[in-house]
Every structure is written in C-alpha cells, then in structure tokens.
Design a protein around this ligand. Sequence first.
Ligand code: NAD
Ligand code: MG
Length: 391
Amino acid sequence: MASKGITILGASGSIGVSTLDVLARHPDRFHVFALTANSNVDKIFEQCQRFQPRYAVMVETVAATLLEKRLQAVGSEVVVLAGAEALDAVASSPETDYVMAAIVGAAGLLPTLAAARAGKRVMLANKEALVMSGQLFIDAVREHGAELLPIDSEHNAVFQCLPTDGRKGVEKILLTASGGPFRTWSSSDLQGVTPEQAVAHPNWSMGQKISVDSATLMNKGLEVIEACWLFGLPAERVEVVVHPQSTIHSMVSYNDGSVLAQLGNPDMRTPIAYALGWPERLVSGVAPLDLFATARLDFEQPDRERFPCLLLAYDAHARGGYATIALNAANEVAVKAFLGREIGFADIPLLVKDVMHQASAGTPMNLDDILIQDEESRVRSLSWIKNKKLH
Ligand code: NAD
Ligand code: MG
C-alpha cells in the first residue's frame, strides 16, 4: 500500500500532538507532508526535526522567519511558509491525502473547507468550522468526493455505532457529556469560577478553549449541531446524556430497543487512529479499558438552568445558520475575554445569548456571507464586553 501523505492543521495543539503520536507508530503507512501552527515555533521546530515534513506553515510571519532560521541552522530541508493562505495551499495540495483539521475555532474554516474541496480525507476535530458552515461544508464534501471522518470522541463513537449503509432503524443519537469540572456546583458558586478552575477538566486533557467550553457545556451544544450536520439528523433526535466517567463516548439508539455504545479510555488517540485507519483499525497506543477499575457507569440529565449554553445551541440551530455563526463567534470572543479576566464565567452565556439573538433568521448561502456574519458577531461581542466594563 502506498504511504499516505498527511497534513496536520494545528499540529502544535493537543489534537495535533496526539495525531503525531499515532502516526509515529505507523511509519510504513503514513508520512507527514505538512505541519501548521499559529505561532508556536518551539513545538513545530521539534516536530519538524522528528517527522521531516515537506512544509511547515506558521500563520504569524515573525514566527515563520524565526522557524526558518532555526531549521536552516541545523541543515533541515523543511520549507517554511507564512500566512493563512499557506494553510489552504498545504491542505489542498495534490501531495497530501489526509488532512487533520485541528485548528481551534473559526480560524480553521477556510483551510478545512479547502481540504474538502480538494477531495481529501478530512479528519474533523475543528467542530467550529462545521458549526459555522453547516450545509455548505457538507455539500463541498459530497461534490468533491471528500471523506469526512469525525475526530470528536462523541461523533467518532457514533460513527462507529451507526449502520454502514444509511440511517435505517436509527431512532436517536445519545451524546455523552462528562458534565465538566462544575457539574455539581451551585449557580452562585459558578459566579466565582476562575480561568484556572475552568481549564482543569476532570477526564480529558485538551486545549484551553475547548476546556472552557466543556465547563460551560457550550462544547456539548456545539457538538449537538455538529452531530446534526455529520449524521443528517434533526436536533430532536440528538440527546445529551451526562455521564461523568467519560467511559462511554456516545451511543446510538435503534427502533428495536437496542442501544449501541462505544467505550474506551478517554484518550483522543483512539478516534484519531480510527479515522486514520478507517475502515481498518490501527494500534493507537491507548491502554485497553479496565472495566473492573471503572466499576460504575452513571447517567444523569444535563442541568439546563445552571448551564444555559446547551439550550442556546439548540435554539441557535433551530433559528438557522446566521444564528449558529453568531453563537460560535460570540462564544469564541467570550471565552477569550473570560480567560483574560475581562468578564466572569457566568457572563459567557449572557453575552452569547444577546449576540446570537441579534443575528437574522435564515442561513447564508455562500462563504462570504458566513464570514461577514462571523465578523459582525465578533464586533458586537466586543462592544458587549466594553459596555459591561463601563457599568
Ligand atoms: P489547542 O489550543 O491545543 O491547539 C490549537 C491549534 O490551532 C494550535 O496548533 C494552534 O497553533 C492552532 N491555531 C490557533 N489559532 C490559530 C489561527 N488563528 N490560525 C491558525 N492556526 C491556529 O486546541 P485543541 O484542544 O487541540 O483543539 C483543536 C480543535 O479540536 C478544536 O476545534 C477542538 O474543539 C477540537 N477538539 C479537541 C479535542 C481535544 O481533546 N483537545 C477533542 C475534541 C475536539
Ligand atoms: Mg467531544
């Protein structure tokens, strides 16, 4: 079998690092074509030394210059490219077969879409890209013969539990949620949450933004929308189940009463290996699940009052594409402001709700309209924060 060329968008992040860990176990099947990051020169330098990609892309120009100097100094042949357009180029190059979409947030939309339009196997971790572009993205995948494989552990679990030929007999998708670090906290305690507390997830080790999203349950809200698009189901058929152990990664409920679940240790290398190998299974480095050590599997309803972000996401999806873009953009701005100690934890849903409600009804039909809505929502979010500080 010919070795597959891999591009990793967001190589320096949590998913990027886990992807390289899996790839390193299969040097005969895969080679790294391109690694990309926003600005983390140290990480990409170290990865270039180890994996010898053809290209390394740094979005920030200063970082690109620095990386190039360091690579030249050690006689490396890796070609360094700078700027966001270079992301699209490596994601759609004829020399890459698979693209790991692991940039965080809206910044990942264009290169991920470029990969889909070039007919690649798109391994999608960057859920925000799909939440923003919805049907447009799914259409691009179909029109250009791309393969879309979910990396998000829940969606990867669902993918594993669905029939291979359509949705026959599928009643519901049951997305599990750990409930985050504040599952048992009271509403008043939630007011005083610090960024340090919010990024300390009980079961998963992840980037800062998704960790905060897990704490507000916005992550689960984005995942509901993601599931609707990936699996072509209405939101009424996507249900969230809080399962604090994160052992069951999600389930599919069938019309004969069967519920199929995928279980495993909470380690992203399992879904990554599944997407890389599909339809085969590959060794991932993840330890086998010890059911005796797990002992219990608990389930509870999500608390929609203490964690309003979940319902906001259902609401946005019902309103249409403009609202989901606004939801995502407002959330990104809010999380950044929370991490920067400009707003409180409980302000996140308030900001998102206000900005989402300002979006018009309906769904944008083209990329420009998507990007304009995204930009407008960010401007509105920033002025929300400014107002809040004044009062
Ligand atoms: P992270 O913060 O650890 O890494 C983000 C990566 O994106 C970095 O490589 C960074 O350089 C790059 N990046 C950031 N801003 C950029 C920009 N403006 N332009 C180009 N590149 C930029 O994030 P992560 O935890 O690896 O998550 C990545 C994506 O995967 C997110 O969409 C997240 O929701 C999703 N995801 C992550 C996990 C997980 O376990 N970490 C699980 C499921 C889904
Ligand atoms: Mg997930």
